[in-house]
Write a protein that binds this ligand. Structure first.
Ligand code: NAD
Length: 472
């Protein structure tokens, strides 16, 4: 079992300054895969200093000079696709098919997109008697979660580097191995020392030290709303910029006249992908009351095709959740929903048959969920779909907008114009119309309690830029 004792700081792997270590578990077997350093404030301080020392030089490079190592990083991600997928299978328990297509494929697509955006971006513009320069913000603290561990790293680090910022990354404690792999690829791409730094460690220790470090200029955080609030408070005290990608409770609204079977089947796949650990998952399916029982029956049939199993087996569609704590949280939510009066259509709070070892949860569908229930309001972050009925469009809109979140959503209708008109009234950051595909060029981020700022595309680059106007 590998016992890593180093952090990537100032262009080299250096012995950790804190002796503590963290175990990395395989969620399918509960066995320890490796250990990594549990970095403390001293490690964070060394990393921030390295990033600060590199900031002026990297910030003064031309886009073309930044494109060269970023292109090599993109090529490194392409060459490492298999290793990335197998690492995410091991430490997240994500099924190999999804890990290959999404956990490895999406970061590559995002890195690719930024090569094009950087090449075409105007870093200065003339307005009146001013030239406005888009300058890098400086030293970026990137704090990421475990559910799409490499995607969330790439969605922050690549645009930050493209903008001319330097970065200290603190990845989630459950998935540090793919972060170490990424650091290896950054190293191989030949960035100047200190432009990218990695400190593994616990959130309340290393993450808090990083978010509060006086020499960090911007904190880009993806994770839970509760921790996001703490990070924003800390950043506020230091007058640091902050970007927050938080939780969601997204609604998928099927309007009368839509292809009900397709909408429900896509929704079930959407919510069970990655064991339901997707911030933008459509965890609330809203169907007209006249079609309610039909939708429930379609969902039950679709759910039966998701049998939890070994994530390394290519036939497996759903693996475990990430940790024992997450498994207990999700099962607790299912029990709570049943106690509140929800009807169990598929799954349930018990361990799936024959899977007493591993952090498995039964893929669960709940019917008769009403808008006030926890199952309609709280982010469960597991494979649990809540089905709600509505009377008419206005009622559907009221339910869709009736949570503290606003991250994503779906609308299905007989025609695009009807769906777009409805989607325009939803209080949320992105909506897929009749199953529209994910677009890595589109801004991704939340309204309301789902966050501040945007990732991906041009908007994602601009998070890491600040204007400076010269009058002449
Ligand atoms: P989390 O908030 O517990 O942890 C996220 C990161 O923050 C981890 O790296 C963790 O170590 C760190 N952290 C924890 N406490 C900290 C503190 N006090 N100070 C600084 N850093 C700290 O979230 P999680 O359980 O890892 O991830 C799941 C959550 O992330 C879900 O709520 C999900 O919706 C959300 N998420 C949102 C998006 C999005 O783009 N909106 C994407 C993925 C996940």
């Amino acid at each position: 079992m590998p016992q890593h004792t180093d952090q990537y700081i100032g262009g080299a792997w250096r012995p950790a300054l804190t002796a503590d270590s963290l175990p990395v578990l395989d969620p399918a077997t509960e066995q320890v895969l490796a250990t990594v350093p549990a970095g403390g404030p001293a490690d964070v301080d060394a990393a921030v200093r390295a990033a600060r020392a590199a900031a002026r030089g990297w910030g003064a490079t031309t886009p073309a000079q930044r494109l060269a190592p970023l292109t090599r990083l993109r090529d490194g991600l392409a060459a490492a696709q298999e290793e990335i997928a197998s690492t995410v299978v091991a430490e997240l328990g994500c099924p190999i098919g999804f890990a290959t297509a999404v956990q490895a494929g999406l970061p590559l697509a995002v890195a690719d997109s930024y090569l094009g955006i950087l090449a075409g971006y105007e870093f200065q513009e003339r307005t009146g008697n001013s030239t406005v320069f888009a300058e890098p913000v400086g030293v970026v603290a990137a704090i990421t979660p475990w559910n799409y561990p490499l995607h969330q790293i790439v969605a922050k680090v690549v645009p930050a580097l493209a903008a001319g910022c330097t970065v200290v990354l603190k990845p989630a404690e459950d998935t540090p191995l793919v972060a170490r792999l990424f650091a290896r690829l950054v190293h191989g791409a030949g960035f100047p020392a200190g432009v990218f730094n990695l400190v593994t460690g616990l959130g309340p220790v290393a993450g808090a030290a990083l978010a509060g470090h006086p020499d960090v200029d911007l904190v880009s955080f993806t994770g839970s709303t509760a921790v996001g609030r703490t990070v924003a408070e800390t950043a506020g005290r230091g007058i640091k910029r902050v970007a927050l990608e938080l939780g969601g409770k997204s609604a998928n609204v099927v309007l009368p006249g839509a292809d009900l079977a397709r909408a429900v089947n896509v929704n079930v796949g959407n919510v069970f992908a990655n064991s339901g650990q997707t911030c933008s998952a459509w965890t609330r399916l809203l169907v007209h009351q006249d079609q309610y029982e039909e939708a429930v029956a379609i969902a039950a049939k679709a759910a039966a095709k998701y049998v939890p199993g070994d994530p390394a087996d290519p036939a497996t569609r759903i693996g475990p959740v990430v940790s024992a704590a997450q498994r207990e949280r999700v099962r607790g939510h299912i029990r709570g929903a049943l106690a509140e009066g929800a009807r169990l259509v598929a799954g349930g709070p018990e361990a799936p048959e024959g899977l007493d070892t591993g952090f498995y949860v039964r893929p669960t569908v709940l019917a008769d969920v009403t808008p006030g229930m926890a199952a309609a309001q709280e982010e469960i972050f597991g494979p649990v779909l809540s089905i709600l009925g509505y009377r008419d469009e206005e009622h559907a809109l009221e339910i869709a907008n009736g949570t503290r979140y606003g991250l994503a959503g779906g609308v299905w209708a007989a025609d695009e114009d009807t769906a777009v008109a409805f989607a325009r009234r939803m209080d949320t950051g992105q909506v897929d119309i009749n199953g529209g595909r994910f677009n890595p060029l589109a801004p991704f981020g939340g309204w309301k309690g789902s966050g501040l700022g945007r990732e991906l595309g041009r908007h994602g680059l601009e998070e890491f830029l600040q204007p400076k106007s010269l009058q002449f």
